[in-house]
Ligand binder design. Sequence first.
Ligand SMILES: [Zn+2]
Ligand SMILES: [Zn+2]
Length: 79
Amino acid sequence: MKCYECAKTGKETDTVAACIICGRGVCKEHLVREETPIWEGEYSIKLRCGMGTECKLDDINRWKKVLCIPCHKALKENY
Ligand SMILES: [Zn+2]
Ligand SMILES: [Zn+2]
């Protein structure tokens, strides 16, 4: 999978993780690891995988709270 953010600027970069919210692949330059306490407990927003299907919690744990930049921004605005 190629990084979505890099693709927008015409680059092709292999992804190292997937965003837990939108499921897009992100490279190490474009991932955001969210370490704030809000992520330790309940997720305050509705999580989705791909085409609107809800993720199982197991999947979310495996991805270790990695967000893409647009989702991270959206999340911050919702605090
Ligand atoms: Zn990238
Ligand atoms: Zn995302």
